[in-house]
Design a binder for this molecule. Structure first.
Ligand SMILES: [Zn+2]
Length: 510
């Protein structure tokens, strides 16, 4: 058994959750559940990033304290994780004592390694990015991400000797010790490092406490507060208890994968890796970068009124339908679109028809032709081969973080099963050859058993219902469940309420 540690980025608590973070949670959850399915020991971490100037400013606007703002919004993010059925093992908040302790320990390690120094710095700072920004990155004098002018800062800061580690970070990415996926993001990161090696600029790691009090104090220097990125990034180790002697940390670090959005690649693929090397902690194995979601073909914005609320969509169509759409329709490593029409089309054709209808037909016919009992085990070489091939394709896709590809192989198997039923026509066969009907039923029930395992990472609640219908329960592929012929003769199955009621009727009812 191997171990698998996966993290999402932590969500910033100056606002409430949107569909983009829901997607990241669901992608992370899907990977975590897959690894549990194949028998790995999994730790899945998510959480919230709660410090920084932006939090202090938003709190002021809302006439509250940063802590209260953080508490309120962190609760929303926690609720989102539960709502989408994320199976995270922990939820780390950067205002927690355990996090502060760990972040300060990491800081001390960086001091011991002589990688931090103090100097006076003057530069342009974007509050939205929580980062310094160079003149040449500005577009018409504004930060290209936030469309706001930067502030000029002149102050004494601690700096991290990033330049000392850039070459090593670059080599690790080049030789694959650190995987960055997809390739386009790997190349982007290598480009940033190459540029960094020419510019030779270290990174500011703290700010004067008089300008930034909402953060973690620098150990032994209360005049300085940790820069928010240095604070936030360390959640990946503090969430495992890095601040204390921790069995969890020893077991699960280094992370197998950090799941992130493309806007924070340079922090994760560069600075974080350098920090870990410098502190002697050891870098993660992979960084997987997902794209953004647009809505009805456009960037989501309040003024356009096209913001997709994950709670609303999940309540209306079901959480599994939401999970399914995001994993099926948004390319795993690229941008994708959320449109109402597309959502309903995918729901009807794939969930209501291809999956829901198949399950309903097979379980109903089992009642009708076999008194609801699983018939005697029966071989079918073509179908067995087909199932085995699907498992291979499915696993290969998962190992490459291609969730959409893995789900596609399941959809193809569902097509095969539907086609097989159409060819066999058990409802006609019943009049002429009852024993052939029993074989057909066994074959399709057995395929449904495989499907129930395959969909577990994607739509876990539906997988559970399907297994209830089959009266067979399994959560691991090995040693036996991946084989053919596991359903036992005589097992009493049961009919299920429609897994995915058609949307027209749902719409009518609403
Ligand atoms: Zn910005």
């Amino acid at each position: 058994m191997s171990k698998f540690y996966i993290t999402t980025a932590i969500a910033y608590t100056n606002s409430t959750p949107h569909i983009g973070f829901a997607m990241e949670l669901i992608q992370g959850d899907c990977l975590a559940r897959y690894h549990r399915l194949v028998g790995d020991e999994v730790f899945f971490l998510t959480g919230t990033d709660e410090h920084g100037l932006k939090m202090a400013q938003t709190a002021k606007e809302k006439k509250t304290t940063p802590q209260k703002l953080a508490d309120t919004n962190a609760a929303h993010f926690k609720r989102l994780a539960e709502f989408v059925e994320a199976s995270n093992d922990d939820f780390i908040r950067t205002t927690e004592e355990r996090h502060k302790k760990g972040a300060q320990k990491l800081w001390n390690k960086l001091v011991e390694a002589d990688t931090l120094y103090k100097k006076t710095y003057e530069g342009l700072y974007c509050v939205g990015c929580e980062a310094y920004i160079t003149e040449k990155d500005l577009v018409d004098g504004l930060c290209p991400n936030h469309k706001k002018p930067p502030i000029t800062f002149k102050e004494e800061n601690y700096f991290f000797r990033y330049t000392k580690y850039m070459q090593e970070v670059k080599e690790r990415i080049e030789d694959g010790r650190l995987q960055i996926l997809p390739d386009s993001r790997k190349n982007e990161m290598l480009g940033l490092l190459e540029q960094g090696l020419k510019e030779k600029k270290d990174i500011s790691f703290s700010r004067p406490t008089k300008d930034l009090s909402w953060g973690i104090p620098v150990p032994n220097d209360p005049e300085q507060t940790m820069y928010v990125w240095c604070d936030a990034l360390s959640n990946y180790i503090t969430g495992l208890g890095y601040g204390e002697e921790s069995e969890l940390f020893n077991t699960f670090w280094p992370a197998n994968v950090h799941l992130i959005g493309k806007d924070i690649l340079r922090f994760h693929g560069g600075i974080w890796i350098a920090m870990l090397i410098a502190a002697g902690v050891g870098p993660p194995k992979a960084i997987y970068v997902h794209g953004y979601i647009t809505s009805e073909g456009q960037k989501m914005s309040k003024s356009l009124g096209n913001v997709v609320d994950p709670f609303e969509t999940g309540k209306k169509y079901g959480v599994d339908a939401l999970r399914y759409f995001l994993l099926r329709e948004i390319p795993t490593t690229d941008d994708g679109d959320f449109s109402q029409d597309r959502f309903m089309a995918v729901y009807d054709s794939e969930l209501a028809n291809n999956l829901g209808n198949l399950v309903s037909r097979v379980l109903t016919m089992t009642q009708k032709y076999a008194e609801g009992k699983v018939p005697a085990s029966s071989k079918n070489e073509a179908l067995e081969t087909r199932v085995l091939e699907t498992w291979k394709e499915y696993q290969k896709n998962f190992e490459q973080f291609n969730l959409k590809g893995a789900l596609e192989s399941v959809v193809n198997l569902l097509n095969t099963a539907n086609q097989y039923l159409e060819e066999q026509k058990p409802w006609i066969l019943a009049k002429t050859d009852p024993s052939a009907v029993l074989k057909t039923l066994y074959h399709t029930l057995e395929i449904l058993r495989h499907i129930s395992l395959m969909i577990m990472p994607f739509i876990p609640a539906t997988a559970q219902k399907l297994q209830d219908g089959l009266n067979w329960h399994g959560t691991k592929l090995y040693p036996d469940n991946i084989n053919w012929g596991i359903l036992k003769e005589g097992t009493q199955t049961q009919k299920l309420p429609s897994l995915f009621p058609r949307l027209e009727s749902k719409e009518d009812a609403a």
